[in-house]
Design a protein around this ligand. Sequence first.
Ligand code: 8ID
Ligand code: ZN
Length: 353
Amino acid sequence: TIPKFQTAAVVDHSGADIRIDHQVPVKSQEELLPGECLVKLDCSGACHTDLHAALGDWPLPAKTPLIGGHEGVGIIVAIGNNTSNSPVKLGDRVGIKWLADSCLNCEDCRKGREQNCSKAKLSGFTVDGTFQEYVVSFVNHVTPIPEAIPSDEAASILCAGVTVYRAIKYSQTSPGDWIVLPGAGGGLGHLAVQYARVRGLRVIAVDTGEAKKELCLKLGAEKWIDFMECKDIVSEIVATTSGGAHSAVVTSASGAGYKQAVDYLRPGGTLMAVGLPGKATLEASIWFTVFKSISILGSYVGNRQDAVEAINIAARGQVKVHFVTRPLKDLEDVYEGMKAGKIAGRIILDMSQ
Ligand code: 8ID
Ligand code: ZN
């Protein structure tokens, strides 16, 4: 049976500390709208986006009070009355991603850029997300989770995995090409190392600290550059790649990770902008961008198909989330670790604790 109240991690206004609330109402079957489903969550990853949202870092405001989180996995325990043509059913194990819902009928949706739909609903941003025991989501957008992968291993594929999978897919690279990954030791980055390897790319990991170095090299990076220690990242990369990398997928949460990218790309290279510092601007030489025929592309999460492709690769064991499990009540402390850049890989919040 579905309880009337549950535990959730709430941010009352941007910049406020996390408040653990044990009396958050759960929507009943009758309250669910057509197309909505109620998912009892096993766990949720904590993404740097959740921290940006809690701090109010971005030009786009989050709802308040906010229950963040957008990397959840759980079981569908209710579906709104009069829901037609649902692709999922009661008892299915599904994932909740950043893109909670989209209209599926506008030009953006038809072109496969569901994330750009003007009616898009965003988990843990414009609608309450996965830092709670029961989340309301949408039957058309939840991602079916293959049986082969446990919930805690699947969770971070729903944002970190999908996002870097798509960015690499559109990075205009071929097997054997060099890809630079600034932010490689973080949540998105350590999955980018692995998805890049799956595509046969040669990885240069850029981040800082011994733990992230060890992780990146273990996951298949061919070269490690510590951005705090290396005096000349551009020369180092140009030398390693004999003339510049074919692509860079930047997942650093600060603008600094973007700084030299156009300089260390070879002619025809592609810069995929993924990390989302709220106020930084992209500084690149216009002259060299033109002269070297550089592409600069923004890549924003992924659509339903990207999610299915990313989770299937993980379910086959080709990509593994490196994570530590903590109870939901530790979220504030997780954010402190994230601010300090101390988390190699991901933290998964266990909803049963
Ligand atoms: O759809 C999208 N584009 C999308 C989806 C999900 C997340 C974008 N994001 C954004 C987040 O909002 C955040 O801004 O991607 C960024 C990274 O998210 P994350 O991987 O969840 O954050 P993290 O685990 O804190 O990892 C960030 C890494 O960047 C490194 C840090 O050391 C950390 O390991 N880093 C920083 I900060 N500055 C760097 C620099 N100058 C750097 N690495 C290299 N060079
Ligand atoms: Zn995210």
